[in-house]
Design a protein around this ligand. Structure first.
Ligand code: PMV
Length: 334
């Protein structure tokens, strides 16, 4: 049995959004989603097996760079998942966890997706268990972060794979090598958002725009799937932006409403529209936060960075792109 394992797992950016949870026990969404797995925005997690009597412990890398015991709220989010993985493995062990992110946490940049994907895979590896990508995506999803099920796979990913029972896992639509898309992230807000995604998922069905969007989704899923397969940027761009706006339209019209945007969000969106009118292959999307992901082709990346980087409200840019998915490494955090 391997006693210690370290996994680097990426965040992902959704092209078709998961917004609204149908079943919290199983973490099942109202609709399928499609995302691009990232390369640079990652969580690195080390898990070491220890005696059950010692209890679980969690260290988190601080902004100052040291590994410190995680705050109680953070630990409490991890604990039910560690219990679930213990039950799944049938092992009476405790876990010593250490984790760090390469990007801001809780600011609508999918740190829960990369975090729970890394934690799940590191526990599985430390226990010396083998899982298929499908099984790993199911385990990651049961953490309560549905998007974590997409982060266990690389490239372009759909979750759930289908609408039938037994198709609740994520599935790769195309590998990272199929299409080199970039994601330039305009970071407008680094601190954690005020309303969690979980709260957003719960409130989503209370919006009058929730049902109309559900009716549009079969066409949008098909359009985005075909656009990825055919590497058709213009048809991808239009649907990705419609989806991003609809997520926020639903959030803003939920009861009670949720406003994730900052004034800079609108400025970036306007700049992206102008760039596209000038023939630059770029589109914008946001998850549950103010930061804007600018999806673009390699040839467009420099123009996007130049224009958006000059906007005062933009703190800094992260240069990311489609990635291969999680990997196990030998450099442990502790
Ligand atoms: O997986 P969760 O519960 O963190 O929710 C993710 C929600 C969005 O990021 C807004 C959309 C998505 O599909 O990733």
């Amino acid at each position: 049995m391997t006693a210690k394992a370290t996994v680097v797992a990426p965040a992902n950016i959704a092209f078709i959004k998961y917004w609204g949870t149908q079943d919290w026990d199983q973490t099942l969404p109202f609709n399928p989603s499609i995302s691009m797995t990232l390369r640079e925005c990652v969580t690195r997690t080390t898990v070491e097996l220890i005696e059950r009597s010692e209890g679980d412990s969690v260290l988190l890398r601080t902004a100052e760079g040291s590994l410190e015991p995680a705050a109680e709220a953070f630990r409490q989010r991890l604990e039910p998942h560690l219990d679930r993985l213990r039950r799944w493995a049938g092992e009476e062990v405790a876990f010593r966890v250490a984790t760090e992110n390469s990007f801001p946490m809780g600011a609508g940049m999918a740190s829960s997706a990369s975090g729970f994907a890394a934690l799940t895979l590191a526990v599985v590896a430390a226990l010396g268990k083998q899982t298929s990508g499908e099984e790993a995506s199911v385990l990651a999803r049961l953490s309560g972060s549905g998007s974590a099920s997409r982060s266990v796979l690389g490239g372009y990913v759909r979750w759930p794979a289908g609408e039938e029972p037994g198709e609740e896992h994520a599935v790769q639509l195309a590998s990272a090598d199929h299409w080199d898309l970039r994601d330039v992230v305009a970071v407008l807000q680094e601190q954690a958002k005020e309303v969690s995604s979980r709260e957003g998922h719960e409130r989503a069905p209370s919006s009058p725009y929730f049902e109309p969007r559900q009716k549009l989704l079969p066409d949008r899923l098909e359009t985005v799937t075909q656009a990825i397969l055919a590497r058709d940027f213009s048809s991808l761009a239009q649907t990705v932006e419609e989806e991003a706006i609809d997520l926020h339209l639903i959030a803003m019209s939920s009861h009670p409403p949720i406003f994730y945007w900052r004034p800079g969000t609108l400025e970036v969106l306007a700049a992206i529209r102008l760039l596209r009118q000038d023939g630059v292959e770029v589109c914008a999307t946001m998850d549950a936060g103010a930061n804007v992901h600018m999806i673009c082709t390699p040839d467009s990346e420099a123009a996007v960075a130049e224009v958006v980087g000059a906007i005062t409200e933009v703190g800094y840019l992260i240069y990311d792109g489609v990635g291969q998915g999680p990997r196990t490494i030998e450099e442990h955090l502790v």
